[in-house]
Design a protein around this ligand. Sequence first.
Ligand SMILES: C[S@@+](CC[C@H](N)C(=O)[O-])C[C@H]1O[C@@H](n2cnc3c(N)ncnc32)[C@H](O)[C@@H]1O
Length: 240
Amino acid sequence: MKCGDYHEEEEELSDRNMSTISRHVFGDNLEQPAFSVSIIENMKEEYGLFLWPCSVILAEYVWQQRERFAGVPVVELGAGTSLPGLTAAALGSDVTLTDDSNRVEVLENIRTVCELNKLECKVLGLTWGVWDEFVFSLKPKIILGADVLYEASAFDDLFATVTFLLQNSPGSVFITTYHNRSGHHLIEFLMVKWGLRCARLLDGFSFMPSCKASGLSGNIQLAEIVLNSEHSEETTTIAR
Ligand SMILES: C[S@@+](CC[C@H](N)C(=O)[O-])C[C@H]1O[C@@H](n2cnc3c(N)ncnc32)[C@H](O)[C@@H]1O
């Protein structure tokens, strides 16, 4: 497999209208990848059944930060096709994949994609800002969210859930990738409002292998967000 082929193996599934499977490889040498994750997408359906560039970037970051993921509990919010969470599962994390509890077909697709990859993850309907009982038992060390900051009306609900999870699991971190459409100001405003701070801020393309980056576009940033009250060695960094 050549580097540029990293998600070339797209096939149409005959029994699912417009569904395709793409294979995403991870490794220091993409010609001999350490592992791959297959993703099912459906172009006709809604947001959660399409693999967004933010997800490819977050999954690559998970791979590059793999020492942090082995054996730790991870929750992915708004997982959709779930590439970052499945990458964490392949690295040995104890992963819970979540998406809006009202989007049954998205949750069904997540279960199918776990089976396809033979990865055991919990799959739960978790709607941001809704406090179902199981939410109180989630204690992730790492919370993932790719392209979950896209609809301003949902930002407070998302941050309410993120802040709760960070408080419920001291020392945890929210790692998110998002399109920087209106500058970082809105995220900064929300962080101040919810008592959070950015421990690390990266240009999403700064760590991408060129062959993976070439298929993606947009001004995408990656932020690691923690509780403002928690001490950390890291200071905010912007790499370009
Ligand atoms: C733009 S898609 C990103 C999907 C996936 N993370 C990716 O990057 O490919 C946004 C995701 O957030 C989920 N979502 C939207 N509103 C939500 C809410 N209120 N609660 C939970 N999930 C939500 C959608 O179902 C969808 O899967």
